[in-house]
Design a protein around this ligand. Structure first.
Ligand code: PLP
Length: 397
């Protein structure tokens, strides 16, 4: 059976060119960059080059790039480090209601430490309502965190407007660019951000490595203490192969961004238009236009997303229900609920996220399978009202 991977928002395979770049740093060039000898110096050079490259691609200075173990650590560091460093100034933090669990959970931990957190509401498409966020700003607000684009529904956030609001008031602005980094142009000056995170495994780089951009001059606390790595801000022996791989993956993602985005969004549009035309009682979640090229999130009425995921997996098609991070729990996604989706629809939601190696034939195969499975699950579902016609619309062409 052919296996089809439509879960690129959860993780991507390492690009072959990236792997080639990484390999020598597992064996011949294994030195610890903290060591004072030739082996160490070779690693220092590789890490410096990676830092310079990433900095230049996002309009930053090399000294503003901090290597971490990935998006979760970068998000944790951003909110914790900023909250703690500014606690004397104020203890009010704002994050959007649709942030990744790496932010939401950490914000809730900070509440236990005596910080006050407001969750900025979103509209039905998952876009932060800028006026409502503005109304939440207070004189003791020190931090605003809004992701560049959402991981579940792909909605792109109005971060330029939010950045401007924060700048006027001298409030730190952080954006989680983990989903956006492989698909959109990332520039820390436009719109201006104080802190920004991304993670290599979402753009065909290795897992377990990411970046936190920290604007120079910003007072930041640390969350990992240890040796002198990362200008004493983040201890731990440097993950040289992963950093080399991340820089190469990011270079390729940015260089090939327009071509990949055009291709992947053409697959997504083919998928979305066929699903909406051929399967009844389906809702497309997220913003109709302001969305990432790779994402199509649907709610299939009268069906559990989990059942659909398992049936698709049996048919060789890999997708995710809710967010990958919360699957396994039966709680509906916090992000979908924040968009005002009724619980039933939130439970019936499935995310398809496409990649540069997918093909139009895979899209067509998947829609055909999906039609069959939805029909079958509804026929078995006690949720499906008897008076409705359980039917599949035929393809028009
Ligand atoms: C995947 C993801 C993260 C977490 O990144 P990891 O590197 O997997 O820890 C954080 N935020 C968003 C938006 C993500 O999609």
């Amino acid at each position: 059976m052919e296996r089809i991977y439509f879960d690129h928002a959860a993780t991507t395979p390492v690009d072959a060119r990236v792997l080639q770049k990484m390999l020598p740093y597992f064996s011949d060039n294994f030195g610890n960059p903290n060591s004072q000898h030739w082996f160490g110096r070779r690693s220092v050079t590789a890490v410096d080059e990676a830092r310079d490259l990433i900095a230049s691609l996002i309009g930053a200075k090399p000294g503003e790039i901090y290597f971490t173990s990935g998006g979760t650590e970068s998000d944790n560091w951003a909110i914790r480090g900023a909250a703690h460093a500014q606690a004397a100034k104020g203890k009010h933090l704002i994050v959007s209601a649709v942030e990744h669990p790496a932010m939401i959970t950490t914000a809730k931990e900070l509440e236990k430490e005596g910080f006050e957190v407001s969750f900025a509401p979103v509209d039905e498409y998952g876009r932060v309502d800028v006026q409502k966020l503005k109304a939440l700003l207070r004189s003791d607000t020190t931090f605003v965190g809004v992701m560049t684009a959402n991981n579940e529904v792909g909605t792109v956030q109005p971060i330029a407007e939010i950045s401007a609001l924060c700048k006027e008031r001298g409030i730190l602005f952080f954006t989680d660019a983990v989903q956006a980094a492989g698909a959109l142009k990332i520039d820390v000056k436009d719109p201006a951000v104080d802190l920004l995170s991304f993670s290599a495994h979402k753009f065909y780089g290795p897992k377990g490595v990411g970046v936190l951009y920290i604007r120079s001059g910003l007072k930041m606390g640390k969350i990992i203490t240890g040796g002198h790595q990362e200008r004493t801000m983040r201890g731990g022996t440097t993950n040289v192969p992963a950093i080399v791989g991340m820089a190469e993956a990011f270079r390729l993602a940015q260089e090939e961004r327009e071509r990949n985005a055009a291709y992947v969004s053409s697959l997504r549009d083919r998928f979305i238009s066929r699903v909406l035309r051929e399967i009844p009682y389906v809702k497309l979640n997220g913003h109709p236009q302001e969305r990432l090229p790779a994402n199509a999130n649907f709610s299939f009425r009268y069906i559990e997303g989990e059942s659909l995921l398992f049936s698709l997996d049996l048919a060789g098609i890999a997708v995710s229900s809710g967010s990958a991070c919360s699957s396994g729990s039966l709680e509906p996604s916090h992000a979908l609920l924040a968009m005002g989706l009724p619980e039933g629809l939130a439970h019936g939601s499935v995310r398809f996220s496409f990649g540069k190696d997918n093909t139009p034939a895979q899209i067509d195969y998947a829609v055909d399978k999906l039609k069959e499975i939805v029909l079958k699950l509804r026929a078995l579902s006690p949720l499906f009202p008897k008076e409705l016609k359980n039917e599949v619309f035929e393809k028009e062409n």
